[in-house]
Design a protein around this ligand. Structure first.
Ligand code: ASP
Length: 326
């Protein structure tokens, strides 16, 4: 007969043996096939551009290709819902951002996912300062004139955005509430197409992530009134901060990050996080991100835990700002 003690010992070693096999074979070999990265906005916009720059390097590290799938609609929430419901096997990921994983919470009372409960954070990719932009021939010359003009013409002006809950929508809601105006919103499937409309003079102004704006500002095809961060951005040394330009209350910086469906194995998350960190340390990846004005996260902000904290804090930050707007 087995004594209680040896029975306990046998159970323990059985558990230990189980533990050794707890990582499924699929996670141990991961990845063995193409990964799909869902981008919740149109191709050519800021989330798409950042995602492509970083995932190209991650794919090299992992030795498998990563296919970008642009799934548009409802300010990025359609795609993010799809990602939340995807198999949690590491083969479907999403590049979410301040909109899909924070601003959408107060704006969509029936949001089909919760950014904290339905995803495993993988890695923060880039911070993206927000700029106040306008079509080239919009009359105001600087931010002070812009403020006076949009207040005086509140019924006439319109603002492009990438759908309710997108970064461009949420950050301009903040701007508009500071200025106490309610312009007509013109929604697009991403700020890629919204930027085309701004360049073509079809819409008046837009709050957009820097990555989408630097090439156009440098080409002189749009106006930039201010960057909504405490410091000027090195990629746009001539664009004043909102504080310098007379609107210190408007501060906004977005961010883009990789998420996996809830329950994706810790081993897969660790593999993806390590590959993302490697990408962020690569000279060419850094160069491309910095040229476009991105803020590359410091080491301490690159862990899944740091991203979880960011999501929590951003939901808390944006909820009171956006709740009255609904
Ligand atoms: N990030 C979006 C895009 O890539 C736009 C937005 O959220 O404003 O188009």
């Amino acid at each position: 007969m087995m004594s209680i003690r040896s029975l306990a010992g046998a159970c323990l070693s059985a558990f230990a043996a189980l533990g050794a096999f707890a990582v499924p074979a699929s996670a141990q070999n991961y990845p063995t096939r193409t990964i799909t990265m869902i981008v919740p906005f149109a191709a050519g916009g800021p989330t798409d551009v950042i995602s492509r720059i970083v995932t190209a390097h991650i794919a090299q590290t992992l030795g498998q290709s990563i296919v970008i799938e642009n799934v548009v609609g409802a300010g990025g929430t359609t795609a993010t819902t799809r990602a939340a419901r995807a198999a949690n096997d590491g083969y479907t990921l999403v590049t979410g951002h301040m909109g899909t994983h924070a601003a959408s919470v107060p704006l969509y009372p029936k949001l089909a996912y919760h950014p904290e409960k339905d995803f495993e954070p993988v890695a923060l990719l880039a911070g993206t300062p927000i700029l106040i932009l306008a079509r080239k021939d919009f009359p105001p010359k600087d931010l002070k004139e812009f403020i006076a003009y949009v207040k005086a013409n509140a019924e006439k002006v319109n603002a492009a955005h990438a759908g309710i809950g997108s970064v461009s929508h949420a950050s301009c809601e903040l701007l508009n509430s500071i200025l106490d105006i309610k312009p007509v919103g013109v929604p697009f499937n991403g700020t890629g197409p919204a930027m085309n409309a701004l360049v073509a003079g079809q819409v008046d102004y837009m709050c957009d992530q820097i990555v989408n704006a630097v090439p156009q500002i440098n080409a002189g095809t749009i106006k930039a009134y201010a960057v909504a961060t405490p410091e000027r951005n090195p990629s746009l040394p001539n664009v004043p901060t909102t504080t310098e330009a007379g609107l210190p209350a408007f501060q906004a910086q977005a961010w883009n990050a990789i998420f996996a469906p809830k329950g994706t194995s810790p081993a897969i998350i660790a593999t993806l996080n390590a590959a993302a960190i490697k990408a962020l340390d690569d000279e060419n990846v850094r160069k491309r991100l910095l040229e476009l004005g991105s803020v590359i996260p410091a080491s301490a902000n690159r862990t899944p835990e740091a991203l979880a904290t960011l999501v929590k804090n951003e939901i808390a930050k944006w909820t009171p700002v956006l709740k009255p707007a609904t």
